[in-house]
Design a protein around this ligand. Structure first.
Ligand SMILES: NC(=O)c1ccc[n+]([C@@H]2O[C@H](COP(=O)([O-])OP(=O)(O)OC[C@H]3O[C@@H](n4cnc5c(N)ncnc54)[C@H](OP(=O)(O)O)[C@@H]3O)[C@@H](O)[C@H]2O)c1
Length: 388
């Protein structure tokens, strides 16, 4: 197949010859609210998601199906969704392994590929090469980690990425695996090398939060604020915070695909700059519960007490100085929208306490003796003693 002149002509041509996906769940109708008129005006796409069953994926799947698109996922078949499980009977679930078995992707065509599961540069290189003549647009889910170390405020999409990890001066002989940010930056390059800039979309999310999150990085706040009482708030009230609801990212990615808005975008919220104090006061509104906030603005004390972050707060020092000061103007101009923090916190808590999540997962997190949650009363006590 020759290189495509335009994305649109590629899509039209492939639809005309009817290649590719036998429409799984053909006549797919919406499962989450999306207006009929809006759906009818959207060109129906055949979307392949590399991954799709963990956190970001299920939200993309549910939204794509609600807009009449057809979806295939490609996974090892190990990870089971803990959200939107009901929509997966309308999904073609292809099985393989990005490490060594891409057979299920061979001799197939899609309009859009979304690479969620890029954990190694080599994985993205192989799928982008395999699919470059078989798909219209390749969307690579990168990360704001490409900007690490975050040494300045106002990082935007044109800021240089770190392409090689520094050599350890004590052990220059040791060849380590690329760090996360370098791996993501190199994977972006592989995407563009195979698909070209005009058929690539690069998404760089900051910390994604919301229902289905298995990283357990944010759940501290919904659990603590739902419980109330004395709540430790580490950091200076004016410290900046950034985070983004996974659903806002997932839905925006599908709209970018529909509109063929190629390019690189930070996926960073909230909409406008937010301080730690604003964050905690907005998050608290999710529950009708009394909380007494105990602000601990002393970084040295926090370090000694092993509290250097509770996402979205990260101590904004050294290499994390600008990690919550990343620009989101380009994303907003391209249609990234934001739920309220109150909804994010409430709905994340609803998901956490629902049957969708295995009880063992909850118990493991809530009983971890090293977590800030388990040590909170002790840290507050230490603080009060210090302050007399
Ligand atoms: N979470 C955040 O805050 C955050 C922030 C910035 C960027 N990101 C990026 O966002 C992306 C989305 O992550 P997600 O977990 O939400 O995505 P997801 O698509 O919902 O889940 C990851 C998928 O990868 C599949 N997978 C894992 N190993 C595989 C292999 N060897 N071969 C084939 N499939 C494999 C898993 O299924 P099986 O286990 O069944 O194979 C699972 O479906 C990631 O690239 C992450 O780096 C995340």
């Amino acid at each position: 197949m020759k290189h495509h002149k335009s994305k649109r002509s590629f899509l039209k041509r492939s639809l005309a010859v009817g290649v590719g996906l036998p429409l799984i769940g053909s006549g797919i109708t919406s499962c989450i609210a999306s207006s009929k008129e809006e759906n009818e005006s959207v060109e129906k796409l055949r979307i392949l998601i590399l991954g799709g069953t963990s956190f970001l994926g299920p939200h993309q799947v549910a939204y794509a199906i609600s807009r009449g698109h057809s979806v295939s996922t490609f996974t090892r078949g190990k990870t089971k969704p803990t959200i939107h499980q009901d929509v997966f009977d309308q999904v073609e679930m292809l099985i393989g392994d990005r490490e060594d078995n891409l057979t299920a992707l061979e001799n197939r065509e899609w309009d859009i590929v979304i690479d969620n599961s890029g954990r190694k540069t080599e994985w993205t290189k192989k799928t982008a090469e395999l699919l470059k003549e078989k798909a219209g647009i390749y969307i690579y889910i990168s990360s704001t980690g490409v900007y690490y170390p975050y040494l300045k405020a106002g990082i935007d999409e044109s800021t240089d990425m770190l392409m090689e990890d520094p050599v350890n001066p004590d052990r220059p002989d040791i060849q380590r695996e690329d760090s996360y940010g370098v791996m993501k930056a190199k994977s972006e390059m592989e995407t563009i090398r195979s698909f070209g800039k005009d058929r690539s979309i690069i998404i760089r999310p900051t910390y994604m939060v919301g229902p289905g999150d298995r990283t357990d990085r944010f759940i501290h706040w919904p659990i603590r604020l739902a419980k109330g009482g004395e709540v430790l708030v580490p950091g200076k009230p004016e410290d900046p915070v950034q985070y983004v609801d996974v659903r806002d990212v997932a839905e925006w990615i599908i709209r970018l695909a529909e509109q063929e808005k190629t390019g690189s975008y930070n996926a960073v919220g909230p909409e406008n700059a937010e301080t730690l104090a604003e964050f905690i006061n907005r998050a608290k509104e999710a529950f009708n519960v009394e909380s007494t906030l105990v602000s601990i603005p002393d970084y040295d004390f926090l370090r000694k007490n092993r509290v250097s972050f509770i996402i979205p707060w990260i101590m904004p020092t050294d290499e994390y100085y600008g990690s919550a000061l990343i620009k989101n103007e380009r994303g907003k101009a391209a249609g990234l929208t934001f739920r309220t923090l109150r909804d994010t916190v409430k709905e994340t808590h609803d998901w956490w306490t629902s049957d969708a999540l295995p009880a063992e997962h909850r118990e493991k997190y809530e009983s971890n003796p090293r977590s800030v949650m388990s040590r909170e009363a002790e840290v507050i006590d230490n603080w009060k003693k210090l302050k007399g």
